[in-house]
Design a protein around this ligand. Structure first.
Ligand code: ADP
Ligand code: MG
Length: 349
């Protein structure tokens, strides 16, 4: 093992896969999760569980690690900031604060001349009625949403669900007729130093990612715009580590940035098998200050997310040598829960 120990906050599949990548680079990990049954406990030698604001646990975590990263964006800024006073937290806590709120995130994109869907901040029902130009639209909680959670379709201004809790803030986004969704994953190592993956084409079902593939079937123009925007975002944020930009493409071939994930991303799981360096390894290399290795595609690939009961069939299946099954080892199968994934690489005969 090297003398670096990486602290990872969050114990889901992203934390698990980060830990596996770190261990391959001889880096120890300590995973801190608020769920004692986190799948990541199976993928690290050091697992700490309890509330993220537990002073004793924070102290223990800090004493064991040299550098800290996180696998999800919904960590209170206060906590990341406090940790960062003692040990470096990467990406910087301020970046997470900006991105964890959909409203400040979209404002940031527009300030940098990156196109998004039209949107408005919504505090009550009247705000929806005033913004009827955004209907049909999607109402999304500004914070804490993922996999379509916290989202409401608004078809008519007269039809506003009574389930909407207006003690929270929302944005209303104009509904885009999607031709395609793509994502771009980039790892920034410092000023103008990047490794960037080609755009990945994504298919969602019920607002949850179902399939990803490379190459994406898109025009050269869209490909360049999507990669340029991702580079501008990473540079403008002074980002260190891997980030993902999710994009929409509409019927007229307009590109819109949908959201930024300040972390490794589900659509990038195929990079484990398609590239010489995965999105996870690049993230570890960047945050731990290791050498940047030129990242190259070896195979085209497709990935399928195994959601809920899908996993059962795969647990007993046998696989060909171009097929790779990942079981996140979650203790309980739940509907709409990502349980694992399956990647197929295209090997030439
Ligand atoms: P989450 O944080 O849950 O991933 P997203 O904003 O990415 O939230 O929404 C999840 C999915 O819902 C998107 O990938 C897309 O398929 C669909 N979606 C979200 N916003 C819009 C929109 N404005 N127009 C059309 N489809 C949308
Ligand atoms: Mg999304």
């Amino acid at each position: 093992m090297s003398d670096i120990t990486l602290g990872i906050i969050g114990g889901g599949q992203l934390g698990s896969l980060l830990s596996v990548a770190a261990n391959k680079l001889n880096i120890n990990t300590v995973i801190f999760s608020d769920d004692k049954n986190s799948p990541a406990k199976n993928f690290t030698k050091n697992f700490i569980s309890g509330n993220y604001d537990d002073e004793k646990l924070i102290k223990e975590f800090l004493s064991k690690v040299n550098v800290i990263t996180y696998e999800f964006e919904n960590i209170p800024y206060k906590i990341l900031k406090k940790l960062n006073e003692i040990k470096p937290v990467l990406p910087k806590p301020e970046i997470n604060k900006l991105i964890q709120n959909r409203y400040t995130e979209k404002d940031f994109l527009n300030k940098n001349n990156i196109r998004t869907t039209r949107y408005s901040l919504i505090k009550d029902e009247d705000d929806i009625k005033i913004n009827d130009g955004l209907i049909p639209g999607l109402l999304k909680t500004c914070t804490l949403g993922y996999d379509g959670k916290g989202q409401f379709k608004i078809d008519k201004k007269e039809n506003i669900s009574s389930e909407i809790d207006f003690t929270k803030e929302y944005i209303l986004e104009k509904f885009v007729k999607l031709k395609k969704e793509i994502s771009v994953i980039i790892t920034r190592f410092g000023h103008q130093r990047y490794e960037i993956y080609e755009p990945i084409e994504n298919l969602h079902e019920d607002q949850i990612l179902k399939h990803s593939k490379i190459p994406a079937q898109i025009s050269e123009k869209i490909k360049n715009q999507a990669t340029n925007w991702a580079t501008i975002i990473a540079e403008e944020l002074d980002y260190v580590g891997t980030l993902c930009v999710e994009y929409f493409i509409d019927n007229k071939d307009n590109l819109y940035a949908n959201e930024i994930a300040p972390r490794v991303h589900n659509s990038g799981h195929l990079t484990i098998n398609s590239h010489n360096v995965s999105q996870f390894e690049n993230h570890i290399r960047a945050v731990c200050g290791l050498e940047k290795v030129e990242t190259k595609k070896i195979y085209n690939a497709r990935m399928l997310n195994l959601i809920g009961n899908d996993i059962k069939e795969y647990r007993v299946k046998s696989f060909k040598d171009n097929e790779f099954f990942f079981d996140y080892q979650k203790t309980e199968i739940r509907e709409k829960r990502k349980m694992g994934h399956f990647t197929i690489i295209e090997k030439e005969n």
